[in-house]
Unconditional design. Structure first.
Length: 141
């Protein structure tokens, strides 16, 4: 178990717990609940996994190479807010998450899942900021 601000070290990898929360108190991820995002570092690269979060002030202090941020807008940032997060974080690579490329705006199988349109909107907003990478869903079975 790791708490906000703590680090876990294993085989040259540092995993630091950072805050992930909603700004509004009417959403499920309250700051006082101490939900987590993670900054994972090795000697060569640092990755930020935002977790379930809104655009929060703490993002102004992150120095990472790769940032994974939610874009669905349901209980987390929408694509426009995620672009603003990337402007603050300034990674080399940005990866949208919390979307399913097989969904479209007319069909959502899960309220928290964004669509491919959300991911594309995010990617289009990153011109001259950093390189976006869109991931696809694959079957592990």
């Amino acid at each position: 178990i790791i708490n906000v601000g703590e680090e876990f070290h294993i085989d040259g990898i540092i995993i630091k717990a950072v805050r992930a929360y909603n700004i509004s108190n009417d959403k499920p991820h309250l700051k006082k609940s101490n939900w987590l995002g993670f900054i994972i570092s090795t000697n060569d690269i640092t990755i930020y996994h935002a977790g379930d979060t809104d655009l929060i002030p703490e993002m102004n202090n992150y120095n990472v190479d790769i940032a994974l941020v939610p874009v669905s807008g349901t209980y987390v940032m929408d694509a426009e807010q995620a672009v603003e997060a990337i402007k603050r974080i300034k990674p080399k690579v940005a990866i949208p998450m919390h979307y399913n490329p097989k969904l479209n705006k007319y069909y959502k199988i899960f309220p928290g899942a964004g669509t491919m349109e959300d991911a594309i909107s995010f990617s289009n907003g990153l011109k001259d900021i950093c390189s976006p990478v869109l991931l696809d869903v694959f079957d592990c079975s």
